[in-house]
Write a protein that binds this ligand. Sequence first.
Ligand code: C2E
Ligand code: MG
Ligand code: MG
Length: 280
Amino acid sequence: GSQIGFYSKALRENILREMLLESEMQDSLKRDEFQIYLQPQVLLGSRRAGERLRAEALVRWWRDGRMYALPDEFIGLFERNGSIVDLDYYVMRKACELLQFWRANGLPPLCIAVNVSPLTMRQAGFEDYCCRIKREHGVEDGEIELEFTESIAVQDYELFRSVLDRLHAEGFVCAMDDFGTGQSSLNVIQSLKVDVLKLDRLFFAPKGEPERQRIVLAAILSLARQLHMSTVAEGIEDEAQVEELRELGCDYVQGFVVSKPLPVREYIAWIEGKGTWKQK
Ligand code: C2E
Ligand code: MG
Ligand code: MG
């Protein structure tokens, strides 16, 4: 053909590293080497009675007392080789176990958001698994949120719609993750009843004209409000952005400005110390 491929040492090292991660994953699952970290999502408006604390579960791969690999290195790989399904199910089970522990220890009501890969959602029996694991751990309605990406909604529209119906009926909260990075953002929310819209940090990255950026942001937040969706701004790193989001009526913020993802123990210390972070 007319194409040329270049091979380098780095390419070879990458392939070897991927093969290593692939071969170790199942063993690590059995040995509980994947841990969930919690990143707080804090409320910007005033708290309604009975409102839960919120956090996203983000997986971390630990081995021999150190961080072995980051999600950016292994999630894509596991999506390609299919083992992401096992990891997603594992994280969901861990989140339910954590909620059980939460109740036993009288900690304040919490909603944990769990990421779901497109491949996982497409599994026959996905909703059954979610319902069974929720029931087995005595998890209450509203305690687990499932985050789906926009690409699911675009590629598997009908399936996603029926999955949403079933999950809603079973007491799950459903969120659209990384909103604004896909190709069909507005189509998606016009017809799919997700409860939470997570605005990707691309929306907030300083670029172009700030005034135009603000107009788009304001319109999306207003749209979400009118469609009765909560909004979470992701990847927020500075106070000025928080103030702007508060003014524009965004509901929650998640990002390093509040806290990085924390091991469970540290998350508990965090809520005990400053759970009402800058709440007005
Ligand atoms: P995501 O679901 O959009 O999660 C948010 C990511 O942004 C996390 O990266 C988080 O650490 C990072 N982040 C949070 N605040 C900030 C900030 O202020 N600035 C910047 N620059 N980044 C921030 P993480 O933990 O490395 O995860 C990356 C992605 O991996 C996640 O993106 C999610 O798509 C995927 N992922 C993580 N855990 C799981 C899992 O259990 N299952 C599946 N399917 N995917 C997962
Ligand atoms: Mg997410
Ligand atoms: Mg996201």
